[in-house]
Design a binder for this molecule. Structure first.
Ligand SMILES: O=C[C@H](O)[C@H](O)[C@H](O)COP(=O)(O)O
Length: 272
């Protein structure tokens, strides 16, 4: 097995689609499984580039989100830092984000030294009409929410498949909920009883057993009932009251603006 194949196989037990952006287009063409993602990647790229161009200014601290769309944002940020000699400190939301910052030669910060960020730029699994987000499809919700809460603005970058009227319309994997491992069974039962739906312990892909987050926790993916009109702010608060729930992938009243890369090459924006 070649070194590149080992890397390809090892990318993310939690987030398979990251593979498509870690490999150059030339290599993507060779792999049938990720070839169909090309237009989505172009959509992610135009959204990410536009958001970085509009929101990252000189002498600022920027939260760097996680996932496949953020790869393009970091790429653009690195270009701008080089070309415009921008001074920007980047605070990561995951191990993946930390690696992206370091590998792109950007200045790595942390919340100890940069507790207040000018902006955080992050992806989302779904964005509804009220700008409520589902995040955590790649298992990075906890640090993402902390970093977003420290930023003056949370700017979302995504492709057109994330743009929904109602949560659950496009993203079918449910709301990720990060939980302390020893409590996952009682938490699963409590949520099922209180809200209905089904919760699945997220399993790792290239590892036996469950997906373990950067914080050493498990993830329950809550496939919530589609026929209930949830008030997401209340649901989020109630979920967080359950002992052992560390964080939810529901981001309510956090994002101010979303950029969606569209299939026709345009970028659609949505404001809170
Ligand atoms: O846990 C992962 C993060 O919340 C991502 O921002 C989210 O899953 C969107 O990722 P992507 O840009 O790969 O669609």
């Amino acid at each position: 097995m070649t070194f590149r194949r080992v890397i390809y196989n090892s990318i993310s037990s939690c987030n398979q689609h990251l593979k498509s952006v870690y490999f150059k287009p030339r290599e993507v063409h060779r792999c049938v499984a990720i070839k169909s993602k090309m237009s989505l990647n172009e959509a992610k790229k135009i959204a990410a580039y536009r958001a970085v161009d509009e929101w990252v200014k000189n002498n600022t601290a920027v939260g760097i989100g996680s996932g496949s769309t953020v790869v393009f944002a970091v790429d653009r940020l690195a270009q701008r830092v080089k070309e415009e000699k921008l001074e920007v400190v980047c605070v990561p939301t995951s191990f993946q984000a930390r690696q992206l910052i370091v590998e792109n030669g950007l200045v790595l910060g942390d919340l100890d030294r940069n507790p207040q960020l000018n902006v955080a730029i992050d992806g989302a699994d779904e964005v509804d009409k009220d700008m409520v987000l589902i995040k955590g499809g790649g298992g990075c919700l906890l640090q993402e929410k902390i970093v977003a809460s420290c930023a003056e603005r949370l700017i979302i970058i995504a492709d057109y498949t994330k743009n929904s009227h109602k949560l659950g319309e496009q993203y079918k994997k449910g709301v990720p909920i990060e939980v302390v491992p020893l409590a996952y069974v009682p938490i699963r039962e409590k949520i099922q009883k209180q809200f209905g739906g089904e919760l699945k312990l997220r399993m790792a892909v290239a590892k036996a057993g469950p997906c373990v987050t950067d914080n050493g926790n498990f993830i329950l993916d809550w496939n919530f009932p589609q026929d209930v009109n949830f008030h997401w702010s209340d649901v989020n608060r109630d979920l967080l009251m359950i002992p052992g729930v560390v964080e939810t992938g529901l981001f309510v009243n956090m994002a101010q603006k979303a950029y969606f890369g569209m299939a026709d090459g345009s970028v659609k924006t949505q404001d809170k």
